[in-house]
Design a binder for this molecule. Structure first.
Ligand code: NDP
Ligand code: MG
Length: 391
């Protein structure tokens, strides 16, 4: 029987790649509900291409526009809008799997909704794991949900851990690979422009994650993500810069064996893994040609030029709301940078000052996590508006 997939973030980079994988297997999967943020035309186009039954936007003010646009195209998809509608789509009992691919902490309530409904979660939205931390993991277990990582590094670790027993996992070391971003060899980052930070040497992604990849905040968020997804303490998570992005991450075992997953950098591979696991299906990604690889390079990350990476371990050690604060400050600062309101280096400075403020919060409930996120955002905005975060 054809399996139904709901996609949150359907109009984004991950969402579009997922629709491409699904379209390659018409008898096996089809899109049931597609959700985006606010872009009506892109969502309607995706509904037209897939025959989705439900079309939803986070932006409530766009409901009438969405309904009219669907009608104008003669589409039968039911229009919905608002955060609650998106959570219903995440929890939808009719969906066999839910792809969580919104950008930023906006995806947090959706991840909790999917977890609490016991869904098969294909998780790209790393911010929800960073903020949801231990609580999200315990809700997944409590409610019988299952989580398949879509982030390429975590998919690689998931695959490399597949055969490990619990006692082997307890001693394993995770090596997260990192392309190094566009500024790996640039000494002075003070004059980095929005255009420069919005171009990634290996991956084509959404705007926010592209900037995060350039500051290495993306890798920092992935360290935190790995800590929770694999229940591995932070001191057993390492980062190595590997500019070719062929080794997507690795697990080093006690006996010296290192298991890694390799492939061309194409997000359709980890999406197909999450969709089909434990099976494997064609994803559209080109095969890896070893004979065409001249060399693979590795180096330690430079924590002085990219301090946000170090802040990830710091936030994990600090515990409490620190990871939520780091994530929120980064989101606010990246947005301000993209709007031309602050310099590139001010992104790291905003994160530094926000962490140093030592905000505390209740991370034992979703409401507490959302409140900590709001408080951290307002702190970050005031750091920026008052000029204190300017670097
Ligand atoms: P994009 O910016 O390309 O897309 C974001 C998507 O989220 C769009 O569909 C957008 O809709 C939608 N959206 C915006 N607000 C909301 C909301 N409140 N609720 C639901 N959907 C919303 O991002 P990416 O696809 O690059 O990234 C998505 C997630 O996947 C991020 O968490 C990122 O870190 C993670 N990820 C991405 C990778 C990549 O290669 N791109 C790799 C690994 C992880 P609209 O079009 O209407 O704005
Ligand atoms: Mg990644």
């Amino acid at each position: 029987m054809t399996k139904k997939v709901n996609i949150l973030g359907a109009t984004g980079s991950i969402g579009r790649s997922a629709l491409d994988v699904i379209a390659r297997h018409p008898g096996q999967w089809r899109a049931r509900a597609l959700a985006g943020g606010s872009r009506v035309a892109e969502l309607v186009q995706a509904c037209e291409a897939t025959g989705a039954e439900i079309a939803a936007l986070a932006d409530e003010t766009k409901l009438d526009e969405l309904a009219a646009a669907l009608k104008a195209r003669g589409l039968r998809a039911e229009p919905m809008a608002g955060e609650e509608a998106l959570c219903r789509i995440a929890a939808d009992p009719e969906a066999d799997a839910v792809l969580l691919a919104a950008s930023g902490a906006a995806g947090l309530p959706q991840a909790f909704a999917a977890a609490r409904a016991g869904r098969r979660m294909l998780l790209a939205n790393k911010e929800s794991v960073v903020c949801g931390g231990a609580l999200l993991q315990s809700e997944i277990r409590r409610c019988g949900a299952s989580l398949y990582p879509v982030d390429s590094e975590h998919s690689a670790i998931f695959q490399s851990l597949a055969a490990a027993t619990p006692s082997q996992r307890e001693k394993a070391v995770i090596w997260l690979t990192c392309s190094g971003g566009p500024f790996r060899t640039r000494r002075d980052l003070s004059a980095v422009t929005v255009a420069e930070a919005s171009t990634h040497p290996r991956w084509k992604m959404g705007r926010k994650i592209t900037v995060d990849s350039s500051t290495l905040m993306n890798k920092g968020l992935e360290v935190i993500e790995a800590r929770w997804l694999f229940d591995i303490p932070p001191e057993r998570i390492r980062v190595v810069v590997h500019p070719e992005s062929v080794i997507h991450s690795a697990v080093a075992y006690e006996d010296g064996a290192v298991m890694a997953q390799l492939g061309v950098p194409d997000m359709r591979t980890p999406i197909a893994v999450a969709l089909a696991w434990p099976e494997r299906v064609a994803s559209g990604a080109a095969p890896l040609d070893f004979t065409a690889l001249s060399a693979l390079h590795f180096e330690a990350p430079d924590l002085e030029r990219f301090p946000q990476l170090g802040m990830a371990w710091e936030a994990l050690r600090e515990g409490g709301a620190a990871c939520i604060v780091l994530n929120a400050a980064n989101e606010v600062a990246v947005e301000a940078f993209l709007q031309g309101r602050i310099s590139y280096l001010s992104i790291a400075r905003t994160c530094r000052l926000a962490l140093d403020a030592g905000l505390s919060g209740d991370v034992e409930s979703l409401e507490g996590i959302l409140a900590a996120d709001r408080e951290a955002r307002s702190l970050a905005r005031s750091l920026i508006d008052s000029g204190r975060a300017l670097a």
